[in-house]
Design a protein around this ligand. Sequence first.
Ligand SMILES: Cc1cc2nc3c(=O)[nH]c(=O)nc-3n(C[C@H](O)[C@H](O)[C@H](O)COP(=O)(O)O)c2cc1C
Length: 389
Amino acid sequence: MTRQQRRLSRIRNFLDLERAGKRHLPRPLHGYVANAAEDGKSLAANRAAFDDYSFLPRALTDVSRISLETELLGKRYAAPFGIAPMGISALSAYRGDLVMARAAAQAGVPMIMSGSSLIPMEEVARIEGADWFQAYLPGDRPGIEALIARIQRAGFRNLVITVDYAVPPNPDNNRRSGFSSPIRPSVRLALDGLVKPRWLYETFYKTLRHHGIPHFENNHATRGIPVISRHVNRDFSGRTHLDWDYLAMVRERWPGNLIVKGILHPEDARRAKAQGVDAIIVSNHGGRQLDGTIAPLRILPEVIDAVGDFPVMIDSGFRRGTDVLKALALGARFVFFGRPFNYAAAYAGEAGVSHAIRLMQDEITRDMALLGITEIRQMDMSRMRTARE
Ligand SMILES: Cc1cc2nc3c(=O)[nH]c(=O)nc-3n(C[C@H](O)[C@H](O)[C@H](O)COP(=O)(O)O)c2cc1C
């Protein structure tokens, strides 16, 4: 067994990944990835929501051949889950976005590249099968047009617009862990890095040596500010006026699949559909934006009622195969995971992400066998009850 295999064999599920991420990443970076808004009420609600439902398995069905294959927006994927967009992933793992995109493409699942990333989108788009990009809309129409044109030129097929970020969230918790964006150099920061030598060499040193100080590459049509800087330079200001008219403008200009991420209210879901969007992702941003929001899983049935036969995906708080199956039973077409894949990339690069994908595929396959189903589309409410029943 190689050293890498030995390290990976210690990771048996997504909860192990959280522990590995904490051990591997410097305090401010782990603080940023793990962060939840304010008192962590949204974060806790996301996990608690899964307890609202209990499975009702069927016995003695032939489960010798199980398929996780799922069709989504005109493409077949190997499993009903993918990797959610995460900003500055290239600070958690060396070439983080590329690592996640390659492992996902190899496994036949989608990875959504974040617009707040440190590697030019064109490099990720060159990977065969990497065709999802997430953008935060710039505050002005020419800026939006130029960004959409760049995303199209790069060759992405699916454009995700995140709409739960009118303003940056409360920075208190990040400040406490020593994280800011851009990161300000300090003695404390240097010490935090020094006590994580593997990260310091494998990610930080190699990045600086081969690529220089990373910049925000993809928030706009042109290169943005460096991620490490003494000056606080707000890349996220001037967006508070964005409304549905701007989404209409994106729809007019973007010829591929348009997906809106960060919807919770059923009326917003209905409105997105009416504006010609191709799919939505019900999400509270992993509990990182407004504290005390409803868990996406809890509002999912109302959202599906509002939009009918329309692709509704979901993220926030998913950690188990059983979590995925509960969302599918309620009518979600697809599930995305955030933090666990960030930790997987941080802990063991591409091999770590591939390992995590396999773990989740194995979990879902095992759970399906125990439920008595062999195909994803069989997962419906006949296999579940609300926990009170
Ligand atoms: C470190 C980190 C960075 C994120 N950056 C983005 C981003 O750039 N764009 C976006 O739409 N969502 C972003 N998110 C939210 C995720 O896409 C996703 O909604 C959330 O992580 C799902 O919750 P989970 O981490 O509990 O699985 C980020 C999440 C994390 C943890």
